[in-house]
Design a protein around this ligand. Structure first.
Ligand SMILES: O=C(O)C(=O)C[C@]1(C(=O)O)C=C[C@@H](O)C=C1
Length: 249
């Protein structure tokens, strides 16, 4: 063993010291979950824009720690916080590549929440709609010409589920311009600081400048707009979501 080779026992003692400090901080953070719940009052435990703006700031401050690791660790911490705060369940559509879908859900929502799985997107969406604190994880609206993944039209003008919004993209980190899956819930849209607004348009309506076409289904088109835009709804258009930009983009 050369003089530069660290002694394994010494290194392990250092790891023990760091882990003991982490454990104390985690307990302190969990303790705060009870307080934040009381401070929020009422319904709607899940606050996706706060989650993504917070993780984005942490990832910026992290320097040597990769953004994906920051995101995964805080997904677990926030998952524990959400589970401690109240009855929030995930309704996950397992259409397509089941294993990839499952790991996307774990990376974004951690392991502490109850998860129900469904063979179809429409079943997961219906279960979320029926439950106040439910969150559905669904395949992203498909880019044209693959208009088969058309569940998002139910959130659009005249749709049956107008109260629901698209609130988060999965994965949370990376360079993808459009997410692989999205999370939907009955939560009011609020900016995370770096967002794209999702506008559902029926028939041919006038479009704001810079709108990017993301999906098409029958008479409905889904566009994204850079930034957070609180556009008024009309019989032919409606803002159906706000996607925080992927962290690391
Ligand atoms: O800030 C809140 O509203 C919280 O409930 C705390 C917290 C967190 O653990 O940081 C947990 C869940 C929310 O979705 C967002 C953030």
């Amino acid at each position: 063993m050369s003089e530069d080779t660290p002694d394994i026992e010494t290194v392990r003692r250092e790891i023990d010291r760091v882990d003991t400090a982490l454990l104390k901080l985690i307990a302190e953070r969990l303790e705060l979950s009870g307080q934040v719940r009381k401070a929020k009052g009422g319904m709607r435990v899940w606050r996706p824009s706060r989650e993504d703006s917070h993780v984005r700031q942490l990832a910026r401050a992290a320097e040597a720690t990769p953004a994906s690791l920051v995101s995964t660790i805080w997904a677990e911490l926030m998952s524990a916080s959400l589970a401690a705060q109240g009855p929030m369940r995930l309704h996950v559509a397992l259409e397509g590549d089941v294993l990839s879908n499952w790991s996307l859900v774990r990376d974004r929502f951690g392991a502490a929440l109850d998860v129900l799985t469904y063979p179809t997107t429409s079943a997961a969406l219906a279960a979320c709609y029926a439950e106040g604190e439910g969150v559905a994880v669904l395949p992203s609206p498909a880019p044209p010409p693959g208009g088969m993944v058309s569940w998002w039209t139910a959130l659009g003008p005249g749709g049956a589920m107008e109260g629901l919004h698209i609130l988060a993209g999965l994965p949370r980190t990376g360079r993808r311009d459009w997410p692989r899956a999205v999370a939907v819930a009955d939560v009011v849209l609020t900016p995370s600081g770096a967002d794209q607004t999702l506008l559902c348009v029926k028939d041919q309506d006038l479009l704001p400048e810079g709108a990017i076409l993301r999906a098409v289904s029958g008479d409905f088109r889904l566009y994204s707009l850079d930034g957070f835009h609180d556009l008024p709804a009309s019989p032919t258009r409606r803002v159906i979501g706000c996607l925080p930009r992927p962290i690391g983009q």
